[in-house]
Design a protein around this ligand. Sequence first.
Ligand SMILES: *Cc1c(COP(=O)(O)O)cnc(C)c1O
Ligand code: SF4
Length: 376
Amino acid sequence: MFSHETRTDPHLAIAEQATDKPAPTPMRSEAAGDSAPLKHVAAATSGDVPSNSGPVSWQTAMKRAIRRSDELCRYVGIDPAFAAPSAEGFPTFVPLEFADRIKRGDPSDPILRQVLPADDERHEVPGFVADPVGDLRVSQAGGVLHKYDGRALIVTHGACAVHCRYCFRKEFPYSELNAQKSKWKPALDYIRSDPSIEEVLLSGGDPLVLSDQSLRTLVEELESISHVRRLRLHTRLPIVIPQRITDALLDLLAESSLMTWLVIHANHSQEFDPAVVEGLTRMRRRGIALLNQSVLLSQVNDDVESLCDLSKTLINAGVQPYYLHQLDQVRGASHFWVPPEKGLELIDQLRTQLPGYAVPTFVREQSGQPSKTLVV
Ligand SMILES: *Cc1c(COP(=O)(O)O)cnc(C)c1O
Ligand code: SF4
């Protein structure tokens, strides 16, 4: 979906799976006072504007997501002049559930900075390139990335629950590699033919953008391969749209014969609200092991207080901090760069304030290396 060739919006296909009544584009209530908590109140002139008065399905949450930067600004009560047009092929995409955690009227909010296109995105900076981690060179048939011993990654779907402006997959040619439902056979054949693959990672995009039924089909195929012992899902959906943790999903993951690890992606403690914590708790109680990975991002989490709060929020919700990634030097993301020396200092400070298990490993991805590389 992030390919410049792709013209269709995969989020719309997802929304078609929705069973509840789909809702159109949101509008901020003009009646809300500046300090009032955000509520999706229908504008008087439109009878068909969504409201958050009741829960909607996760598919509807995807469908009614904010898709324009000026709209996002208005929604969170800041001047639309803060909005830059988003890069071609990577539009603004923010579900209301996530936007509601942005502090109203604060242009430097750490969630807003992750999702609002900035002018800086269009600056060409030497060293920031289209494919910084070399994924395009290692992809196997059917959307499999097999870079590391024992682990293979399937690009299950190109779509995501939110568009993170620092994303290293921004320019990934999903239209060629995306192992869509009907196209999983080559990926499964590849994994079946290599007995060294003990662990399969489902990534994307976001694998939980798949319907529970599609995911079940894929997991059952993997369970039938005897050398595959572990399943790992890399997903931001439990953070962005917590109602994605459906009972059917819980049953699928908890009852699988594969040991299941779920790796969420959060960068700031403000991304957690009671619904997110409840979803994580439900998963943990069903025996699904939870990890988190973050990206070290300038003016989002590059201070010891933010990282410390994030780790505490995670461990209090039963999620172990796994990796803190150095930003991949992807084109258009240079304004998120944090010098590695600063990251190392922050990690040292975290170590003095947190239990050892709450300090993530600071890594970067270097093309051609046999593992993630420790930043030292
Ligand atoms: C990061 C990554 C993995 C997993 O690496 P771990 O260190 O085991 O978390 C596997 N495959 C690919 C292609 C990756 O990028
Ligand atoms: S959810 Fe992950 S893959 Fe999708 S845009 Fe964000 S960082 Fe990129």
